[in-house]
Design a protein around this ligand. Structure first.
Ligand code: CAP
Ligand code: MG
Length: 411
């Protein structure tokens, strides 16, 4: 250690000037020492004393441990520790979620939450459309959006993908999307898929049904804007980006690019590598806050403890991070997805409220009546939840829902 202490127990020095992080810490050391080690490593310190560090630098730029409650420590970082360039998530993450995960002094550490001061929030623009903008495009001001993920996640031709989308829309769904592993493979070239899906959406609209389909443009950083512009020119009405594999900067580049005039659906595949372990890694909450800052219009936040993906105990917090008015950005549409089927839609809406997009892949394509039947069952389940009618009651005069409840049950 560098011989200095970073302990400043008390209130946040200045909420307008400090980034405040909460970490869950597991260590054989006394937690005060573990906290000091984190604050030192993430700001001005290192493992040993150095001749070039003085108290003045630490007082100006040193992180400060301001609270220790059980295994949760609160560390504040002066905003001067962060780049003056406009909105740089990479450098923010290097400070608040960098070397500390590898510190030998710790057995485990998890970044549970982060709050940014105004002078950092103001460097980001947030969503271009947001949840209200997506609702405007769909003429669906109040009801939950209801969507699907084209399944199988890879393997369908462009034409069969478009057929799936048309059947889903004809069954009443408002949204569909490419899956996270589908981008531009030989069996389904992105241009052919985008054109075919756009034709299907136009046909649905001519029949009075508005629907969005998100084309996955996840690719390398120096190519993603160019690909998105092409996909948009081929008729895409929404883009999808895998934010963890592409990076927050990819979402930001698309959201801030004036030539991109369609909403961005943000998938979070690979997040489980660091969100799943309750003691080590990064909770979804910081990722949700950063995605909203970078301009994602819709974001997967899990199924609030109801679907197939392990529940992140912060799910409710993620809803607030998407929809709250504590930051100067448009709201993000929270997307509940992963092992969803009509029988759990009511349970999800009970937790999420109505400002949500609920989507199912297997829970639509696996319906006995095929995609259109599955779409009808999901739409009926959302209508029932919106009307406050129990699914079993609503299923009495909605065949497709009844079949779905018979096949998969309900919660
Ligand atoms: C859902 C999904 C999504 C998950 C990812 C899948 O399909 O397409 O990627 O939603 O999880 O591949 O699992 P199913 P999360 O509806 O067939 O499960 O939303 O938690 O990021
Ligand atoms: Mg998927």
């Amino acid at each position: 250690m560098d011989g200095f202490t970073y302990m400043h127990l008390g209130e946040v020095s200045d909420p307008d000037k400090y980034v405040v992080c909460k970490y869950r810490v597991t260590s054989d050391l006394p937690i005060e020492k573990a906290a000091d080690a984190i604050a030192a490593e993430q700001s001005t310190g290192t493992w040993t004393g150095i001749s070039t560090l003085d108290r003045g630098i630490i007082d100006r730029l040193g992180a400060r441990v301001i609270d220790i409650s059980g295994d949760i420590i609160t560390v504040e970082f002066p905003s001067e520790d962060f780049s003056i360039e406009t909105g740089s998530v990479p450098q923010i993450l290097s400070v608040i979620a960098g070397n500390l995960f590898g510190l030998g002094a710790l057995k485990a550490v998890r970044l549970e939450d982060v709050t940014f001061p105004k002078d950092i929030l103001s460097q980001f623009k947030g969503p271009k459309f947001g949840s209200d903008g997506i609702r405007d495009l769909l003429d669906r001001p109040e009801k939950p959006l209801v969507g699907t993920i084209v399944k199988p996640k890879i393997g369908l031709s462009p034409e069969d993908t478009a057929k799936y989308v048309y059947e889903a829309g004809a069954g009443g769904l408002t949204n569909s999307k490419d899956d996270e592993t589908l981008v531009d493979q030989r069996f389904c070239p992105i241009e052919d898929r985008t054109v075919a899906v756009a034709d299907a959406l136009d046909r649905l609209e001519s029949e009075g049904h508005k629907m969005l389909h998100a084309i996955n443009v996840s690719t390398r950083g120096d190519k993603i804007v160019e690909l998105a512009e092409k996909v948009q020119s081929w008729g895409a009405k929404q883009l999808m980006v895998d934010v963890i594999t592409c990076g927050f900067g990819a979402v930001q580049a698309l959201a801030e690019d004036p030539s991109i005039k369609v909403p961005i659906h943000v998938h979070r595949t690979m997040h489980g590598a660091f969100t799943k372990d309750p003691l080590h890694g990064i909770a979804m909450l910081p990722l949700t806050k950063l995605t909203r800052m970078c301009g994602g219009d819709a974001l997967h936040i899990g199924t609030l403890g109801v679907g197939k993906m392990a529940a992140d105990k912060h799910d409710d917090s993620n809803l607030v991070a998407c929809l709250g008015d504590d930051v100067p950005y448009k709201k993000v549409m929270p997307v509940c997805s992963g092992g969803v089927y009509p029988g759990i839609v009511g349970a999800i809406v009970e937790r999420s409220g109505l400002d949500v997009q609920i989507q199912a892949g297997g829970g639509v394509a696996g319906h006995p009546d095929g995609v259109r039947g599955g779409a009808k069952a999901m739409s009926q389940a959302v209508d029932a939840a919106f009307a406050g009618i129990p699914l079993s009651e609503y299923a009495k005069d909605h065949r497709e829902l009844a079949l779905a409840l018979e096949k998969w049950g309900s919660r």
